[in-house]
Design a protein around this ligand. Structure first.
Ligand SMILES: [Zn+2]
Ligand SMILES: [Zn+2]
Length: 275
């Protein structure tokens, strides 16, 4: 019997299975919504026939890959140029041949990682194609990584490349990590933050344990975000879905202070007020 890759049409999560999978663990989790029409698990060939690649460069040295149309959660995979070789952080839902060719042209991938399961996308494809020696994910999130092989489980802090450091935040998921680019002053923040954009202008910030179900983080989880993220100097954030600038450390600390001032909530806090 051979194992086949299947994607969940609802959230995009990939599973390697001996038949059509019985369910999607990500959709069954409290942080995601169930598909109201039931399960649909297209195989790789079917997914490949539906999607084309799209990429853009929000700042020099950082390229975001996604698919058109959007698939699953519609994640963006970031390719970050770094000393010693490119870093891929988070992944697109799928990499059609033209996306893989563009990554090849940019120099391939030597280190690969993701914040948490909602950013994994087709990480397995990049591992298969580029075989980076380092595939880094928070050790507490290993149960979600069965579609690929983690080669470097991350504890609290890990220097993925010079000037690019992974920090575990926990919170949204126990092993959730952010990646700080200290030279470009970008926080690849995973799902620690959701940014409301008006066009390309950041307007408001929120944070969640569960975005769809609108469950807030606990106060201790916010305090941990505050301690970890407050120590990082950044002027832009890149979630698995969007690039947003300017969003600064001070902006994010204001959101966390607000969360700790009373009942935590998932409402978006406008940027640029209550200085
Ligand atoms: Zn799913
Ligand atoms: Zn998430």
């Amino acid at each position: 019997m051979t194992l086949t890759m299947y994607a969940c049409a609802n959230c995009g999560h990939w599973q390697k299975w001996f038949a059509v999978p019985p369910a999607c663990p990500v959709c069954c989790d409290v942080r995601n919504a169930l598909p109201e029409e039931g399960w649909s698990f297209p195989d790789e060939k079917t997914v490949g026939s539906l999607l084309v690649a799209d990429w853009h460069q929000p700042v020099p040295g950082v390229t975001g890959f996604r698919t058109l149309p959007s698939f699953g959660l519609g994640s963006t995979g970031w390719l970050i140029e770094a000393d010693g070789g490119n870093v891929a952080w988070e992944c697109a839902p799928y990499y059609p041949p033209e996306a893989l060719a563009e990554i090849e042209r940019l120099g391939g991938i030597t280190r690969l990682g993701a914040s948490h399961v909602h950013g994994y996308g087709a990480l397995w494809q990049l591992q298969e194609r580029f075989a980076p020696p380092v595939v880094a994910v928070g050790v507490q999130d290993l149960p979600w990584t069965k579609a690929f092989q983690v080669t470097w489980p991350v504890d609290e802090r890990f220097e993925l490349a010079p000037g690019l450091t992974v920090h575990r935040t926990g919170g949204h998921f126990p092993g959730h990590c952010v990646l700080h680019d200290e030279h470009r002053k970008i926080l690849f923040c995973g799902d620690t933050l959701k940014v409301d954009l008006e066009g390309t202008v950041p307007r408001a910030l929120s944070c969640h344990k569960a975005y769809h179900a609108r469950i807030p983080l606990s106060h201790d989880e916010v305090r941990r975000y505050q301690a970890v993220i407050g120590a990082l100097d950044f002027e832009a954030v890149a979630t698995p879905f969007e690039f947003a600038a300017p969003v600064t450390t001070a902006d994010v600390m204001r959101l966390f202070d607000h969360q700790l001032s009373g009942r935590p909530d998932t409402a978006a806090l406008p940027l640029g007020v209550a200085q």
